[in-house]
Write a new protein. Structure first.
Length: 329
């Protein structure tokens, strides 16, 4: 098949995206709509995120990892709600650098993650833009009726947990920009996390069965915990010293002189895509057992209180947080 430098919208859909379509609901991407049957006893859960070149990914990032990040940041939202994903809608705004080889690479990333996470393409749109490349996905999943975990259920006395490690997203961006001096294997691990974080879908059932409030850590741990505190009308008392760090994160942290400032930087950097949630203290043993069974690191980082907002402590003393996380202005 001869190479094509630049393809039109319908050629791109027919040759690249149609093979990714759901075999029944996607209508081979030949229609203007997808048709989804209902699932008895379940609620349809939807989430939508966009990623923009120069904001959420670097112009030098390979487009297959860009596609993977797009799916994974949305899958992370579903995992935090206790949902089982099945499909997605996609919008691509190709920039001038996105010729046929780049589009093929983008689709290869989608195909890999469709297989990994059990989702299929249901439809969408492609356009060309004179600005930066922009991609958006709407992910869909199922939860048993009435069982979707929101932000508003935290209760005083609950414990606050987070899966995995915090700070690797921000550190990964620094590594990708060659701003860190660490061992090559540490840098590679951080870049991999930044480009293609792992959504905690294997923990979603545990979240659904146990959590009182939950969300994924995208804008920064402290900022996102603030959303739970606000929605639940409670206080969260967080111990900065127990922030879980990966081996690469620990290697960076060990070089810092001001430990408090370093932990604040990691807890506010964002792009971690772990799950932060609250759960009754009586369920801690169950949560730890289920996390260990799924090979997921789980850390209790604080407690829900009668107050309002997030109180962050280091060495027992409150810490002033000037900027709790990333914000689009």
């Amino acid at each position: 098949m001869p190479a094509i430098d630049v393809a039109g919208e319908f050629e791109t859909i027919r040759r690249l995206f149609a093979p990714l379509a759901h075999p029944e609901w996607g209508r081979e991407l030949r229609d203007d709509v997808a048709v989804l049957p209902g699932r008895p006893g379940h609620d349809l859960v939807l989430t939508k995120d966009a990623i923009v070149e120069g904001v959420h990914f670097l112009p030098t990032d390979p487009l297959d990892t860009v596609a993977q990040k797009l799916l994974r940041v949305n899958l992370s939202d579903l995992a935090a709600k206790g949902a089982e994903p099945f499909g997605y809608l996609l919008a691509c705004g190709w920039s001038e650098r996105c010729g046929w080889p780049e589009r093929q690479l983008f689709v290869e990333g989608l195909a890999r993650d469709q297989k990994t996470f059990g989702v299929s393409l249901l439809g969408g749109d492609t356009v060309v833009t004179p600005g930066p490349a922009t991609f958006s996905a709407t992910l869909m999943g199922w939860t048993p009726r009435g069982r979707t975990v929101g932000r508003a259920g935290a209760r005083p006395g609950d414990l606050v947990f987070v899966t995995g490690f915090i700070g690797d997203g921000w550190l990964g961006l620094q590594a990708a920009q060659e701003k860190l001096a660490l061992a090559p294997e540490r840098l590679a691990a951080l870049v991999d996390h930044y480009r293609a974080p792992t959504p905690r879908l294997t923990f979603s059932e545990v979240i659904r069965e146990t959590a009182t409030a939950s969300l994924d850590v995208s804008d920064g741990l402290i900022a996102d915990l603030g959303h739970i505190a606000e929605a639940s009308e409670v206080g969260l008392d967080i111990d900065l010293e127990v922030t879980p760090l990966s081996p690469a994160g620990q290697a960076w942290f060990s070089t810092r002189v001001d430990e408090e400032a370093a932990l604040v930087r990691l807890a506010t950097g964002g792009d971690d895509y772990e799950i932060a949630f609250t759960a009754p203290a009586r369920d801690e043993a169950v949560l730890r057992r289920e996390a260990e069974r799924r090979h997921i690191w789980l850390t209790c980082i604080g407690r829900v209180t009668e107050g309002r907002g997030v109180t962050v402590r280091h060495a027992g003393k409150p810490v002033e947080i000037a900027s709790p996380g990333f914000s689009h202005r």
